[in-house]
Design a protein around this ligand. Sequence first.
Ligand code: MG
Length: 390
Amino acid sequence: MAGVAAVVVAGGRGLRAGGHLPKQYRTVGNVPVLRQSLSIFAAHPEVRWVQPVIHRDDGSLYTQAAEGMSVLPPAFGGETRQQSVRAGLEALAALSPQFVLVHDAARPFASPALVSRAIAAAAAGAAIPGVAMTDTIKEVDADARVLRTLDRARLRGIQTPQAFTFDALLAAHRKAAAAGRDDFTDDAALAEWAGMTVSVFEGDADNVKLTNPEDFSRIEARELAALGDVRTGNGYDVHAFAAGDHVWLGGVKIAHERALSGHSDADAGLHALVDAILGALADGDIGAHFPPSDPKWKGASSDRFLRFAVERVRARGGRVVHLDLTIVCEAPKIGPHRDAMRARIAEIAGLSIDRVGVKATTSEKLGFTGRREGIAAFATATVRLPWSAP
Ligand code: MG
């Protein structure tokens, strides 16, 4: 029995944050919140297993969000947070971890240092991160009349990850379930009920929980303000028509009397976007990163090239904030597919759809596009990076 496991709970519907997506699948800085939260633990050298817990209806959202991550297969959550945590613990039971950290997916800014503090504190049996209160705290009645002022020196705002001896927390959860209790809002409350002593270690003021739409906009504003180096890149790509019955354009498959020929799926739209992003980074071009001479990229779906380019921006501490694409062809008609392309590009790049433009034009029957010999695409990317002297 050894090792530390982390349970990351993302089973709620989280629709208070607005939008059509549960909040854990919304993006902050081009990355879904859940992916960011999972990566905190997946990348931590002292954490051996990461157990996601998701809602049963979110399977395809999860597959997208966690693509390529080394985490355990997700467990399905229950009606309440407590049931979801228990599902994660039961899924881990066969691995017999020594310690477990329980973390809310809606806190994507937990730092590696905070996780290390949690692990160090876990030996005590039950330990939770807390921050001192800076506001004065009042207790009020149902009519919002102040009953009393609490001594804030003795109060802490409690966060996650909360750390426990695995066997003790699993036993406490089973005991609560057997007693018909499924309404504890955090694991510390459940542990207290089960008779465990819970201690508080130092939390982190930046480890905020994303709950309401304002939380998302405040975080976006804070992040963007730190990215003062605004850059624009352009990209251009052409693929010739060949025999076939569909084309890939802007990440969307469109039935057509011809196909586009190329080494990959020949999606000129996505290729132009990749070069635009790489141009903004002054980081070569798509051919330098994915040589056509490499058989590995034969028939490759171009969404991976776009994801790669976005990842290059993130690796520099920056983010893509806008993408604009113009497709030039006589046929197929692009208009009917415009919004599907915008949605797909937004999904791949981790942007909201209002930050993706797709436009189309013919070339008035002039030139190679006018003669229906191929399709051309132009793209512009706007990227923000941390400021560095030019
Ligand atoms: Mg190309």
